[in-house]
Write a protein that binds this ligand. Structure first.
Ligand code: GLU
Length: 402
């Protein structure tokens, strides 16, 4: 074509921004490839190998011929295992059935499926803020409006029914929940979760409960929505194998939802990815059903995350001018950047300085709609995490002294 065609983003993506969590890690990778020494504490990706019994099960499944399409919503034994786990939490008489489970290519796709089928133009969705960057974008891609509900920093940025109600309008259609939280590591107590679920049920809002970090907690267990909800006809629970089982690259997530929602998400997925990769589904099945050998590996990983948190937290806290939220779950430190309050977008300024001068990659809080903060992932080798925290302290002190 003469002169070529000018690309103008369609209305679908006109407002969309690329994932900042992914972008930070790509930048870190590029800098490393160019020869710079970088400690990448950007994306939250466990640094462990997928436990061996899971890898062996996947190899065996391949050899048995797990190479073809499956049902769009996933293989039945995997959906049965997921429904079984949901029923261990859910005590209502309406048992969760495998037909209410949709397996996808990662919990990110499950969240996207849910946003697309539940929300549309004119709808508002309450997003406790800070939240994972992709919630805002996914709600936007559904052409709905993400309404930021800022939590109280003194409570790990958690929100409560009163704060949510203040932002509700007649157009409110749903609320996103995430406990343990990315990026803050905050965990909602059973009572806190129950109060929000009760509010949503009484207002007729959908709840999308992202429980991808639910197995990574340090001081007891975290409740999931099905553990405490009174009803589940407005509930979509999202989970996957990526974080707990160190299976990020396998790309397996799922939803547990009422049947009509599951059917709609399956229909949507039938036009996008079809089934999640077959062999990866078999690997996820092994993760959920092999029991002891896998559970031991999960416990060891959580113990290591806890050890990193406990070793790194005092280092960060010793720095003057740095506020750090103590994480109760997930694997992130949420840190108020030096200069916050006086420098606009202090988190991005500090993140850039950390990368350029200290060789440490972190995610600016702007990605989570709180620009005064940065997120430091400690899903990296312990000595690297501690080294990076010392560099963060050094950079902070240099800034404060300026
Ligand atoms: N969820 C992880 C994070 O927040 C992985 C990257 C992504 O998908 O956003 O860093």
């Amino acid at each position: 074509m003469p002169g070529g065609l000018t690309f103008r983003p369609s209305a679908n993506i006109a407002e969309m921004r690329e994932s900042a969590t992914i972008a930070v890690s790509q930048r870190a990778r590029a800098l490393k490839a160019a020869g710079r020494e970088i400690i990448d504490l950007g994306a939250g990706e466990p640094d462990f190998e997928t436990p061996e019994p899971i890898r062996e099960a996947a190899k065996a499944a391949l050899d048995r011929g797990a190479t073809r399409y499956t049902a769009v919503d996933g293989i039945l034994p995997l959906r049965e295992a997921i429904a079984g786990a949901a029923n261990a939490a859910w005590q209502g008489t309406d048992r969760v059935t495998p037909a209410e489970v949709v397996v996808s290519t990662g919990s990110k796709q499950s969240l996207f499926n849910a946003c697309m089928v539940l929300f549309g133009p004119g709808d508002e969705v309450l997003v406790p803020t800070p939240s994972w960057t992709s919630y805002y974008e996914m709600v936007g891609l559904a052409r709905a409006t993400a309404v930021e509900v800022h939590g109280d920093p003194a409570r790990g940025f958690k929100v409560d029914p009163e704060r949510l109600s203040r932002h509700a309008t007649p157009r409110t259609r749903g609320v996103m929940l995430n406990s343990p939280s990315n990026p803050t590591g905050a965990v909602y107590s059973r009572e806190e979760l129950r109060a929000i679920l009760d509010l949503a049920a009484s207002r007729g809002w959908w709840v999308i409960s992202d429980e991808i970090y639910v197995r990574i907690t340090y001081d007891g267990t975290a409740a999931g929505a099905l553990d405490v909800a009174e009803r589940r006809d407005n509930l979509v629970v999202v989970n996957g194998v990526a974080k707990a089982y160190a299976m990020t690259g396998w790309r397996i997530g799922w939803t547990v939802s009422p049947l009509p929602v599951a059917k709609a998400m399956t229909a949507l997925q039938s036009h996008t990815t079809s089934n999640a990769t077959t062999v990866a589904q078999h690997a996820a099945l092994a993760a959920l059903t092999l029991g002891d050998p896998v559970e031991r590996a999960v416990r060891a990983m959580v113990d290591e995350f806890r050890a990193r948190r406990d070793a790194a937290l005092p280092i960060l806290r010793a720095a003057e001018g740095l506020t750090v939220l103590p994480p109760e779950g997930a694997f992130y430190f949420y840190v108020r950047a030096p200069g916050a309050g006086s420098v606009p977008d202090a988190g991005s300024v500090f993140a850039t300085l950390l990368l350029e001068e200290e060789g440490v990659a972190v995610v600016p809080g702007l990605a989570f709609r709180t620009p005064d903060w940065i997120r430091i992932s400690y899903a990296a080798e312990r000595s690297q995490v501690l080294d990076a925290c010392r560099r963060v302290v050094r950079a902070t002190e240099a800034m404060v002294a300026r």
